[in-house]
Write a protein that binds this ligand. Structure first.
Ligand code: 0O2
Length: 213
């Protein structure tokens, strides 16, 4: 097995385990007929070219090392998407209560959006994975955001890839405008949250009813 593959193996294990666990949280809300604050969960191990870019940016040697693992906090990344802005706080609260991970840092890019227009809540946590060589504590970054924030971030991320961060002024202005539009969309949806959730509960009951199709 290559050096990198070996280095990244516990990160892959953490991402796989946490995806199951976080999806399980959503499942539990469903089983208990409660509106889930979690809409869906994704996860990934940072691809090597991104690790390379980030290590260059941070001035860290590009080699499997404790330093790299410590300074790049998002080698293991999870994303939890919510329907409503208020759900984000609920999810963070649920994470704070968990005994299988230890939160070391929280970054609130919702109250303090980034210059780019980026909004999201980041939780950096230590998560122990059990390996054949014993327990290994690794850092995971959990990004919690609404569907609208996620839509904006995915688009901006791919544009960033194309323009390498140097957006033409017009595009940058439009992206910032789009971030504000996404924020207003979240606000509008929050105002009719009750009606939306009632309709969703009705819809899922209807879907489950025998002979409803
Ligand atoms: P990828 O490809 O998603 O992995 P810091 O040193 O704390 O100032 P750092 O270490 O970059 O900054 O951490 P930060 O900004 O808290 O979080 C990094 C991740 O958040 C990024 O990872 C993105 O996933 C996301 N992110 C942060 N800012 C933006 C932004 O302006 N636009 C978008 N689309 N995503 C953002 P990577 O490694 O940059 O990218």
């Amino acid at each position: 097995m290559g050096q990198w593959e070996q280095f990244l193996a516990p990160y892959k294990q953490a991402v796989d385990e946490l995806k199951v666990k976080f999806r399980g949280m959503r499942g539990q809300f469903e089983t208990e007929n409660q509106n889930s604050p979690i809409e869906f969960v994704t996860g990934r191990v940072k691809p090597l070219p991104s690790i390379y870019d980030k290590s260059l940016e941070k001035g860290i040697p590009f080699e499997p090392s404790d330093r790299l693992a410590h300074e790049l906090q998002d080698i293991a990344g999870l994303r939890m998407m919510c329907q409503f802005v208020d759900d984000i706080e609920t999810v963070v609260h649920l994470l704070r209560q968990r005994r299988d991970l230890h939160i070391v840092e929280e970054k609130d890019y919702i109250s303090h959006k980034k210059q780019s227009g980026y909004r999201s809540y980041h939780v950096i946590a230590e998560y122990p994975v059990q390996t054949i060589d014993g327990e290994k504590k690794i850092l995971v970054e959990i990004q919690i955001r609404t569907l609208a924030m996620n839509f904006w971030a995915s688009i901006e991320h791919s544009m960033n890839y194309k323009y390498k961060g140097a957006f033409p002024e017009e595009i940058q202005r439009r992206l910032q405008g789009a971030a504000e539009a996404a924020f207003r969309l979240d606000e509008e949806m929050s105002l009719i949250r009750h009606e939306i959730q009632e309709a969703q509960a009705y819809f899922s009951e209807f879907k489950e009813a025998p002979g409803s199709r």
